[in-house]
Design a protein around this ligand. Structure first.
Ligand code: SF4
Ligand code: SF4
Length: 953
């Protein structure tokens, strides 16, 4: 029987363990003492930021209460039934195909497009949160000149003068600043403009660009190419500072293909993932062996590995790297090394050389011509700022970029912008750049205009509008065209002109088919046959400046570079590893925190040369020592809170972090809704060898007395709804949490309420650590209502508000609930949520965005996962009408999940997928000793360890 390792959620929990305190006392006597004291955990300073945010979320009360009769039924709409339209979500220019669900003409939900290669039916948190962006009442709606409302006539007049100047000077002094784009129509427009006015320049810039990736490919192959991983074929994967399952272009499909080879009961050969990283990522959390390395050490490891794989040099140390190299070598043609975009171009080139040496080309990866015209580079932005300072720029168009906020502080963009006579910025919401521009205008939401875009593999989508513009404004194509034409063609005509081949007579239906499917068939990029340059094998990454502390910058996992900073769904979504909501404290390793005498919530003063910022600290197990990580994107607008680290970027001077003695509360949910289990292991795990030798070894871990049923009859309905969750597949991405929120009208509650443990998410992704705080293993576990057959919540409700239905669902009768909360207290899984306030009325979500199939809960009502009862009810009605047994139902969380971690269905149906998963030898019930007989079960996580490395990850 395998040994049960203690699992913990937070450092508090870890150090509360007597053995850990004893061990820590040897090394850090003060730390152990401080953390073991309960008083130290109770320091409470109220934070104003989220209360301000929560206050700003109020005020939607009476919207939607007026009834407006449809005088004539709209065409193609059947009242009560949804419509679906394809589209694409863009991040850093790359498209992910989506399907937008509409009710009576209003978009209410975003699903993945199963036909789109970057989605395969899944959807990420950003694409789903576009719903909130679309209805955002704080979107820009007016043209402004120097910050004051202006008429369209004034803008057109100014544009007419600029047009004359552009024509007479062949575009001299005209600069167009955009983010990365893959839109063939936009690129065609720009090409035409630059051809007609050759002195104009187009600058593409993203705060988190893929410029190192592009430069690395250029170094390796002597031409621009992009590498597309094929994880289905990869048996051994090494991720070097790479979050390829979560942040890379096409990561939804990469995660799906990776997860397909993780459960040993589903795949013949389980893959093995190694991760070497400085900052913990979701990919690292899924790794079979994870190694922590600071930036300098990472460079050394890459060089050593390259020498071993490319020149057969022996690896003397570390021993584990030798074992990794041997594993990669022994899987020629089935191995892949992937490197993250933050690593320098030389590392990317070396990795290309290593992959070629491992026979990975056209097996575990292939090359295509680049999808992005230009990856965008901070240097390009600095050069532009320099030109502006020198007075060489007379007109600047800024399209959907926010360089005044999101450029490294050293660039000094705002001050440079003031030297340009004509600046015109378009953005969805007012920001620092639109405030600094001469003219600012609203940019249409992508759901309000036509366009096109390509996926990571080059597949093109025609992006169709989902609705008429809510607030007016221009789309990017129109804004660009207005620089050279007083009366430009419509955007639809521009897109049609680029895709004229779809509208030829012999391809009459191709245009409609492309819109219906959300992809243009056959548009994926062709494979490139570029050959590796020999010199790529001898490169080495540049030295990293050594210092006692290194400041690293990363996009916030959910607000990205800042473009989603005002999105309440994403602000309140717990970050997967820190479980922090609403804020972006500086992240440091446990040992570094000890050295600097910092604790969670301590406010530190960060000094980089002459620049200073103050921000709270959060300690992250598994982060490299002496690295301070700043998550960017927040702090632009003090009303919505967060800390702005952009001013510290791009400054090559020494970093100092000092304690200020002040503290702030950080709303992390890592110790909220705690379950209790004597055995202390919620996520069952085991090694592959152990499983192959004894398939029942996980069952042996079950507590004695589990699974007995003394007093309850089985529900007798025609269906028995149940779910199985595969912990081998869950990468902790939280897409399911947002899907549940969108589907079930779950409001946000604000930071102040989160601090009181009142968050309302019906589904949470618990994160557990195991092992040492410096290099722990991490596990994710989605927890929702278990729909127990012997539900403890039902027996304590005094008014019968929570009851069992004949199909095994634990249902809530909202109208009966009187708010005693006895049920929540008696639920061992802690999945019941209570409306302490009228959150649904106060949140910023427009009533128009709500799902009409789901009740909006009032103050004083308990709520929790319903297994998406509305979807089951719709299927019951269809089955009844068609006189057949109920068929398949897909829950919202299941539909969104990129790795297909959820299997849902009817246990009474012969051969149902959920029934099959519950027969898996890995299947177990959470808290089985409670005898609640949950309808949700889990498949234990199996780790495919390399015996040469042993149990060290
Ligand atoms: Fe992401 Fe949820 Fe699926 Fe886990 S179960 S991979 S958190 S969508
Ligand atoms: Fe939410 Fe439906 Fe999933 Fe339950 S089954 S967690 S209600 S999405």
């Amino acid at each position: 029987m395998s040994q049960i390792a203690k699992q913990w959620r937070s450092l508090d929990e870890l150090v509360a363990d007597a053995a850990t305190i004893e061990r820590l006392s040897d090394e850090f006597p003060d730390l152990a003492e401080a953390l073991a004291s309960p008083q130290n955990r109770r320091r409470v300073i109220r934070m104003l930021i989220a209360s301000t945010a929560a206050a700003s979320l109020s005020g939607c009360g009476d919207e939607g209460t007026r009834l407006v009769p449809a005088v004539r039924a709209p065409e193609n709409i059947v009242p009560g039934l949804p419509n679906f339209f394809s589209g694409a979500h863009l991040l850093n220019g790359y498209a992910t195909g989506v399907i937008v669900a509409h009710r009576m003409g209003r978009p209410i939900r975003v699903d993945g497009n199963p036909l789109h290669p970057a989605s395969l039916g899944a959807v990420d948190v950003f694409a789903q949160a576009e719903l909130m962006e679309f209805y955002d009442p704080q979107r820009d709606w007016a043209i402004r000149k120097r910050g004051e409302p202006a008429s369209e006539g004034e803008l057109q007049q100014a544009l007419a003068l600029e047009r004359d100047e552009i024509v007479s000077s062949r575009g001299r002094g005209l600069r167009i600043l955009t983010g990365s784009t893959t839109s063939p129509t936009f690129v065609a427009q720009i090409d035409a403009l630059l051809k007609a006015y050759p002195e104009a320049r187009w600058i593409q810039w993203e705060p988190f660009s893929r410029v190192n990736v592009a430069k690395g490919a250029q170094l390796a192959y002597g031409q621009a190419v992009e590498s597309i991983p094929n994880l289905e074929a990869a048996e051994v994967i090494l991720a070097l500072d790479s979050d390829l399952l979560n942040g890379a272009p096409g990561s939804l499909s990469l995660a799906r293909r990776f997860a397909a080879r993780r459960n040993p009961t589903r795949t013949a050969r389980m893959n093995r993932l190694y991760a070497i990283e400085t900052i913990p990522t979701l990919t690292g959390a899924m790794a079979d062996h994870r190694f922590v390395a600071g930036p300098q050490e990472l460079n050394r490891l890459v060089t050593t590995l390259a020498a071993a794989l490319l020149a057969d040099e022996p690896i003397v140390a570390p021993q584990w790297l030798d074992a990794v190299a041997a594993d990669l070598r022994s899987h020629k043609g089935r191995a892949l090394i992937h490197v993250g975009p933050e690593q320098p171009p030389e590392t990317h080139a070396l990795v290309h050389a290593m992959n070629e040496a491992l026979g990975a080309r056209n097996n575990t990866f292939y090359l295509i011509a680049p999808v992005l015209r230009d990856a965008g580079d901070a240097h390009a932005l600095s050069d532009l700022a320099e030109e502006m300072r020198k007075g060489d720029v007379r007109a600047l168009l800024i399209l959907d970029a926010n360089p005044v906020f999101a450029a490294p502080g050293a660039v000094g963009f705002a001050e440079a912008m003031a030297r340009v006579p004509f600046t015109f910025a378009l953005s969805r919401s007012p920001n620092k750049t639109t405030d600094a521009a001469l003219f600012a205008a609203p940019l249409l939401h992508p759901w309000e205009s036509w366009s096109d875009a390509r996926a990571f593999d080059g597949t093109a989508t025609i992006v169709q509008p989902q609705a008429l513009p809510l607030y007016g404004g221009y789309d990017a194509h129109q804004a660009l065209a207005l620089l050279t034409q007083a009366q430009p063609p419509t955007t639809l005509d521009m897109v049609k002109a680029v895709w004229a081949s779809l509208r030829r007579n012999d391809a009459k239906d191709a245009w409609n088919a492309a819109l219906a499917k959300g992809i243009i068939e056959g548009s994926a990029a062709k494979r490139s046959n570029a050959t590796l340059r020999p010199q790529a094998r001898t490169l080495s990454p540049p030295d990293v400046p050594s210092g006692t502390l290194t400041l690293l910058f990363r996009p916030d996992p959910y607000v990205w570079d800042g473009r989603y900073a005002a999105n309440p769904w994403l602000r309140e979504l717990p970050r997967p590893l820190t479980r922090i909501t609403w804020d972006n404290p500086l992240l440091i390793a446990p040992k570094t925190a000890r050295r600097l005498e910092l604790e969670n919530g301590d406010i530190a003063r960060v000094t980089v040369g002459a620049f200073q910022a103050t921000a709270p600290i959060w300690i992250v197990p598994g982060q490299a020592q002496n690295c301070v990580v700043a998550s960017l994107g927040l702090g632009e607008n003090q009303e919505i809170g967060g800390y702005d680290y952009y001013p510290l970027m791009g400054r090559n001077t020494e970093l100092k972090v000092e304690k200020t003695g002040k503290r702030v509360d950080i709303a992390s949910v890592e110790r909220h809704q705690l379950m209790f289990d004597m055995a202390g292991h919620f996520v069952r795990t085991g090694a592959l060898e152990e499983f192959l030798n004894n398939k029942d070894f996980l069952t042996e871990q079950a507590a004695p007395g589990a699974e007995q049923n003394l007093y309850r009859r089985e529900p007798e309905g025609p269906a028995a709804w149940a779910m199985s969750i595969d912990l081998n597949a869950c990468i902790g991405c939280n897409a399911c949490v947002v899907a549940c929120q969108a589907e079930n009208n779950i409001p946000v509650v604000g930071k102040d309420q989160v601090l009181r443990q009142r968050e309302l998410h019906w589904l949470r992704i618990d994160r557990y650590y195991e092992g040492d705080a410096d290099q722990p293993n991490a596990y994710f576990q989605p927890v929702l209502c278990m729909h127990c057959e012997a539900a403890p919540c039902e027996t304590v409700c005094p008014v019968g508000a929570t009851v069992h239905d004949s199909e095994g669902l634990n249902v809530m009768v909202y109208n009966r609930c009187i708010g005693t909360r006895f049920c929540a207290n008696n639920c061992p899984y802690k999945v019941r949520r209570f409306n302490y306030f009228a959150y649904a009325r106060e949140e910023r979500r427009s009533p128009l965005a709500r799902n009409p199939e789901v009740t909006v809960r009032a103050r004083g009502v308990m709520e929790k996962c319903t297994f998406c009862l509305q979807r089951i009810a719709a299927e019951r009605i269809d089955a009844d009408r068609e006189n057949r047994p109920v068929g398949e139902v897909t829950t919202a969380c299941q539909a969104a999940c990129p790795t297909q971690a959820f299997t849902f269905g009817n246990l009474n149906e012969n051969g149902s997928a959920v029934g099959e998963r519950k027969q898996s030898p890995l299947s177990y019930a959470l808290l089985a000793s409670q005898n609640t007989r949950p309808r949700v079960s889990y498949e234990a996580r199996i780790v495919n360890r390399n015996q040469e490395i042993g149990k060290t990850r």
